[in-house]
Design a protein around this ligand. Structure first.
Ligand code: SF4
Ligand code: SF4
Length: 175
């Protein structure tokens, strides 16, 4: 199975543009009176610590109907899907689900998925890891490996075909 097979399998599960837009309108209705912009979601957001994603602003922009602006922005792809925003929200709003839906709409619009995404998928499919094992370069030119740091060897899937099948099953799930 190739990365193209996998992404096209997922695309068939996204729904039509009309369905996704209807999903977004339903979410707008749900969040309209719920989110009071306390920013608790943003205070725990993993992507906010490293990048510029502010989930409370995503909710605010959605409430104002600025969907195209978000769909055309790279910021929606910086969400790490850690689900912390959903866990922390006192109002049961789920910024991560809004971001999933916006990404689905971007794909349905034919927008290019950022290369890093497909590279991660390829990496997970071929070796079961988001990225290959890294070494840590030190300032003096030395390089530390996992074993130098007392870390155990990372395990990889024993049955690659079985792993790819399970992975494809996840790609078929609706997000
Ligand atoms: S989504 Fe929830 S946590 Fe985030 S600003 Fe709105 S109410 Fe607060
Ligand atoms: S799921 Fe995305 S938006 Fe929510 S806290 Fe994690 S990185 Fe931030």
């Amino acid at each position: 199975m190739s990365i193209t097979d996998l992404t096209s399998m997922a695309e068939t599960q996204l729904g039509s543009k009309k369905e996704i837009n209807e999903r977004l309108l339903k979410i707008i209705d749900e969040v309209a009176d719920s989110c009071y912009q306390c920013a608790k979601c943003t205070s725990g957001c993993e992507a906010h610590k490293l990048l510029e994603l502010e989930p409370h602003k995503i909710v605010a922009l959605l409430k104002r109907g600025l969907i195209d602006e978000m769909v055309n922005s790279d910021i929606i792809w910086t969400c790490m899907s850690c689900f912390k925003c959903r866990e922390r929200c006192p109002q049961n709003v789920s910024p991560v689900d809004i971001l999933f839906t916006l990404k689905n709409l971007a794909v349905a619009n034919g927008q290019q998925v950022p290369g890093a995404y497909t590279a991660w998928l390829q990496s997970i499919m071929t070796m079961g890891l988001l990225q290959d094992v890294q070494e840590v370069p030190l300032g003096d030119g030395k390089v530390l490996k996992r074993e130098d740091l007392g870390l155990p060897e990372l395990s990889k899937p024993m049955d690659a075909a079985m792993f790819q099948m399970a992975f494809a099953g996840v790609a078929m799930e609706k997000m």
